[in-house]
Design a protein around this ligand. Structure first.
Ligand SMILES: Cc1cc2nc3c(=O)[nH]c(=O)nc-3n(C[C@H](O)[C@H](O)[C@H](O)COP(=O)(O)OP(=O)(O)OC[C@H]3O[C@@H](n4cnc5c(N)ncnc54)[C@H](O)[C@@H]3O)c2cc1C
Length: 409
């Protein structure tokens, strides 16, 4: 007889673990199928305060707070000699004022072990190969580490497979993103930063001195190491060279502030590249399934929104699924897709305005009004679902007007 579970989740990343913990704590039997063995590397190390609410909802706040991750209290933007800092404590929306900068191998392993502690079963090193939604109940074909295959039936499947995008591929739900193809080169290094003015508790976003659509991230960890990355369109990297190690070092050298800050750095880890990560789908749910986190849509890394959106989607989907499994009527469009998309659209407007230059004009404007800065700060803290914030509701039009005003003065 085919084995059966109530909820099967594909992937034990932040989306999968948060959804699993919430559902398990509501009394449902949850099984996660995870391809890798944790700890495993993942990009996406800078969290946003908003995601702390979902971590709390999942019952994992204490574990995260006690793990010794680097505290994050804001974001600092640098272009040439202009430094603009945002402190989350000054944000417009009520809520968490801080979060963490995390090595994702440790962070994801912590969330997974918390989920297991709550009773979630995680089947490590197993991969979902096929999914059949034409049968009475969804049926997954799974491969084990020993290359054996078996079938698992579920009342409902949540796809939290991130860039694995299992159901979008198998059910042909893939849709091209609105954003152009961009690429990131990144590494971890011993940063050796000894500048006393430098604040490790803020992510630093640095705009290339000459190319405004090229930017770097510097995310310090609590152990003297940091994550360093640079984002540009692939043609830009190609114009510099073919060897990504050399291209990366060349680009660090092109930004005098960054080069100075990292003068004592020890580059001890190879440079990695990821390209064409922005992705979308034609639908976020169907009969017997819903897509969470990056398995649904991924926008862009610039505002560190990925984990927050992943956890928000997990929180919304877990609430709808709990109702559905309890026999209540649910409407996935109204209760999952629409509320999720409101915040995603706000981030989309901010990402678009960043690459168009409008948001950079706002961020680097030297006479920012404190009330407006507080509203922008809320978005940077991930509070993009707070409709009391005018920059959530009409973000596109408001950002355009604000940028024009900043340019006039
Ligand atoms: C360059 C770059 C920089 C980024 N920086 C940030 C940042 O600073 N902050 C931030 O919040 N976000 C950032 N992100 C985004 C972030 O990486 C993701 O949004 C986040 O990890 C999504 O979480 P998830 O749970 O949806 O998926 P993941 O964390 O990717 O987890 C998916 C899991 O599914 C498993 N899986 C995949 N396929 C299968 C399969 N067939 N069977 C079983 N298991 C499977 C994988 O092994 C993985 O463990 C960045 C992204 C990029 C590209």
């Amino acid at each position: 007889m085919t084995e059966s579970k109530t909820v099967v989740i594909i992937g034990a990343g932040p989306a999968g673990c948060v959804a699993a913990a919430i559902l398990q704590n509501k009394g449902h039997q949850v099984c996660i199928i995870e391809r890798e063995l944790f700890p495993r590397f993942s990009i996406g190390e800078s969290l946003l305060p908003q995601c702390m609410e979902f971590i709390e909802q999942a019952g994992m706040l204490q574990a995260v707070e006690q793990a010794g991750f680097q505290l994050k209290t804001g974001a600092a933007f640098l272009h040439q000699d202009r430094l603009s800092e945002f402190c989350f404590a000054d944000k417009f929306t009520q809520g968490f004022d801080s979060t963490y900068q995390v090595q994702r191998d440790r962070f994801d392993a912590l969330l997974a072990s918390e989920a297991e502690r709550m009773g979630v079963e995680i089947r490590w090193q197993q991969s979902v190969l096929e999914a059949d939604f034409s049968t009475a109940k969804p049926l997954l074909t799974i491969a084990t580490a020993e290359q054996k295959q078996y079938q698992l039936e579920a009342d409902f499947v949540l796809d939290a497979s991130g860039f694995g995008r299992v159901l979008p591929r198998l059910l042909k739900l893939e849709k091209a993103s609105d954003f152009p193809c961009r690429q990131s080169l990144f590494t971890h290094l011993q940063d050796g930063i000894d500048d006393v003015q430098y604040n490790r508790d803020k992510i630093r976003i640095i705009v290339h001195p000459e190319h405004r659509d090229v930017w770097y991230w510097l995310i310090p960890f609590s152990n003297g190491r940091c994550s360093l990355g640079v984002v540009a369109e692939p043609m830009f990297f190609q114009s510099i060279g073919d060897d990504i190690e050399q291209v990366f070092r060349e680009l660090v050298g092109q930004e005098p502030g960054l080069a100075k800050l990292l003068a004592n750095a020890r580059y001890d880890t190879s440079v990695n590249s990821i390209k064409g990560y922005s992705a979308d789908v034609t639908r976020l749910y169907g009969e017997g399934y819903a897509l969470l986190g990056n398995a649904g849509e991924f926008l862009d890394p610039v505002f560190s929104s990925g984990v927050t959106i992943a956890m928000k989607s997990a929180s919304l989907a877990a609430a709808v699924l709990d109702k559905q499994l309890s026999g209540q009527q649910v409407n996935w469009q109204q209760e999952f897709v629409e509320p999720l998309q409101k915040g995603v659209e706000t981030f989309r407007s901010f990402v678009t305005a960043w690459y168009a230059g409008d948001l950079q004009d706002v961020v680097f404007f030297d006479r920012q009004q404190s009330n407006i800065k507080a509203m922008i700060c809320s978005i940077l803290a991930g509070y993009v679902w707070d409709e009391n914030n005018p920059y959530v509701k009409n973000s596109k039009a408001r950002l355009k007007t604000l940028a024009e005003l900043c340019r006039e003065y």
